[in-house]
Structures are given as structure tokens and as C-alpha cells.
Ligand binder design. Structure first.
Ligand SMILES: [Zn+2]
Length: 356
């Protein structure tokens, strides 16, 4: 599909618009950080850590905008807690062309961030700020840095240049090298409670039913922004396809290749996450959870049947395997033969039940 420049520019504007939104559940975190800025100052490198969809990137973008903002009274007055939105710097941030702001991210989801990208970042830091009084770099996600890139980044973390800020964003602390962890100050993000998240989602997506919102939220580990993207991309119909396929597959009504062929049309990570959610629901129900305590109460009857014949040890092993694969996919590690992997996992699924 050819995308022209106007469309790309529009996408850029939409993305920045999304990034600039004020996320209500992160307000306390924001005020703590700005208080620290006015007090002892912010550290050279921060590690923004939390599940996908809790608003880390919005937060980082807004923080970068604040740090770069040229408003004269920003440093003197503790009452200034947000970017001014009027100065040249703020305007450039909104336009997506600030010369003192550098984003280092994946070329595409699932790809590694290589050493060249970190070298560019070092080159950026070697210059003096052009407009603002400091420079800000954002790296996302840290898990995607390959080993050479991580080593190159370590040097930057050890030798801060001028007034510069590094905002490193990660979902899994376990995937961040200890040497990087120890050189950064951690900012932990948490999903809001489900009431807050559902109310926020209902405002964003007007025509979805409460059950759809709730399902999307649970499927996205409570991350409202991820749930919003999930709903906007129409992933709810995909949920129906998954359910239908797994019902047939586990009942022995469909061939392995046919099932994997349909699944291979979807993003591997979506399938892995969906499976992970299903296996967790089955494990929960096998331990006595009620329909209301699982992520898809409307499927409780089917899940209860699965729970009754589940071989728990095998299902737990499968769950662990799914988590590991999800971590590797996010980190862009390993080149997966998707159809082979899907077929192996489908067989694992089948073998996790005694009378299927
Ligand atoms: Zn400003």
C-alpha cells in the first residue's frame, strides 16, 4: 500500500496529538517528578517502566516538552508544572521537528534496535543544544536494544554530556540489562483501577458496549491506551475468530495446517498474548475462579469445560512458554518461523487436556 507524504504527516500529527493527552492516572507521578525537577533536579537517565498501554510514551513526550520548553519562569517558579505550549520550543515539539529532541526506536514492531541507532544518539549528544537549554533523547523499548547497542548506550549513561536527559522506556524490568538498570533512576507506571480505566475508555470509544470495553481491557493487562488501540484496530472481531478456531481445534474438528494458516494472518504477538490470556483463564477456573473473575465472562461455559479436563502442569508450562515467547517477540530476538511456531504451540495446546 502506498502512503503519500500528506498521509504520513497526518499520521504524525495524530500520533503527537495522542501523545499530548493528559493521562489522568499518571498525574500524581507527573507532579512528583516536576517537584523533583524544581528541587534536586532530574537525573541524567530515567527508566520509565510499566505495562504496555499505561501511558509511558505520552508521559515521556510531555516530559521532554517540559524540559525543552523555553518559558522564562519555568526554572524559577515551582508553580510552573506544565510546558507553556506557546514558546518556539513547544511549537516545534507539537510540529514534530524539535532539533534538541531525538527519538531512538524500532524500525518496525519486533525489530531490534541496533548499534547504529545508538551511535546516532551519541552524535546527537556531541552537539550543543540548538534552541533549548538542554537535549532530550527517548529510547523505546529498551528491551529491543541488541547487545552491541546496549554496550554503546552504557558509555553514554556513564559519561553524560552537558545538560542532557535520557528517557528509557521499558515494559519488562527483567529484560533490561542490570548494568543499564543500575545507571538509571526508575519511574514505575501502574495501570489505573478498572473503574477509572473503563470510564476513560468509554469516553474515548463511544460506540462500544461495556462488555467489549471490559474484555479489551482485560486482554490488554489493564493498559487503557493499549485497549483503546485494540478496539480502534477492530481486534474484537479477531477475538471471535480466535475463539471459534480454538473451539474447533481443541474439539478435534479442524486440521492443524488449516488452523495455523488462519492464525498466521494475524500478528504473532497478538496470537501469543491472546493464548496467554486464555490459558490464564483456564488455570484460574481450574482453581475455582468464578465467571466474573476471568477475562472473558461470556465464554465462561467453554472455559469451564476446558478447565475440567486441563492437565494443569502442562498448561502451566505452556503459559510460561507463551510468556517467554512474547518477551522475545517484543525484544525482536530470534527469527521465528511463525507457522512452525504456531503449529508447535497448537499441539502443546492439544496436549494440555486429557480427553480432547
Ligand atoms: Zn514552552
Amino acid at each position: 500500500m502506498a502512503i503519500d507524504e500528506d498521509q504520513l504527516a497526518q499520521q504524525g500529527r495524530d500520533t503527537r496529538q495522542r501523545l499530548l493527552q493528559d493521562i489522568p492516572w499518571n498525574r500524581d507521578l507527573w507532579h512528583d517528578l516536576i517537584e523533583r525537577y524544581h528541587g534536586a533536579g532530574l537525573p541524567h537517565a530515567s527508566l520509565l517502566l510499566g505495562n504496555e498501554g499505561v501511558g509511558k510514551r505520552s508521559f515521556a513526550f510531555r516530559l521532554a516538552k517540559f524540559l525543552l520548553c523555553q518559558s522564562a519562569d519555568k526554572k524559577q517558579q515551582v508553580s510552573v508544572t506544565t510546558p507553556c505550549d506557546r514558546c518556539h520550543s513547544c511549537q516545534l515539539m507539537d510540529a514534530g521537528s524539535h532539533p534538541d529532541y531525538f527519538i531512538c526506536d524500532q524500525e518496525a514492531k519486533g525489530k531490534q534496535i541496533k548499534v547504529d541507532a545508538v551511535r546516532q544518539l551519541n552524535e546527537f549528544f556531541s552537539k550543543t543544544p540548538q534552541i533549548s537549554s538542554c537535549q532530550v533523547v527517548q529510547i523505546y523499548p529498551i528491551e529491543a536494544l541488541n547487545i552491541n547497542a546496549s554496550n554503546a548506550l552504557l558509555k553514554t549513561l556513564e559519561e553524560p554530556s552537558g545538560e542532557s536527559y535520557l528517557l528509557l522506556i521499558a515494559e519488562r524490568l527483567g529484560s533490561v540489562l542490570p548494568t543499564i538498570r543500575s545507571r538509571t533512576q526508575r519511574i514505575s507506571f501502574h495501570p489505573p483501577n478498572s473503574q477509572t480505566a473503563l470510564a476513560w475508555l468509554a469516553q474515548r470509544i463511544e460506540n462500544a458496549s461495556p462488555e467489549d470495553l471490559s474484555l479489551a481491557l482485560k486482554q490488554c493487562s489493564g493498559g487503557p491506551l493499549k485497549a483503546e488501540a485494540w478496539l480502534r484496530q477492530g481486534l474484537l472481531p479477531q477475538d471471535g475468530v480466535y475463539v471459534g478456531l480454538m473451539q474447533k481445534w481443541l474439539a478435534g474438528q479442524q486440521q492443524l495446517q488449516d488452523v495455523s494458516k488462519v492464525l498466521s494472518k494475524y500478528e504473532l504477538l497478538d496470537t501469543i498474548n491472546w493464548w496467554s490470556g486464555l490459558s490464564l483463564d483456564i488455570i484460574k477456573m481450574s482453581m475455582g475462579a468464578s465467571a466474573q473473575q476471568i477475562s472473558r465472562p461470556s465464554q465462561a461455559q467453554w472455559i469451564e469445560q476446558l478447565a475440567a479436563s486441563a492437565i494443569k502442569v502442562k498448561l502451566l508450562t505452556l503459559q510460561k512458554k507463551l510468556q517467554e515467547i512474547a518477551g522475545q517477540v517484543v525484544a525482536g530476538q530470534g527469527s521465528f518461523n511463525s507457522s512452525l511456531l504456531l503449529e508447535t504451540l497448537l499441539l502443546d495446546w492439544q496436549q494440555s487436556f486429557s480427553s480432547m
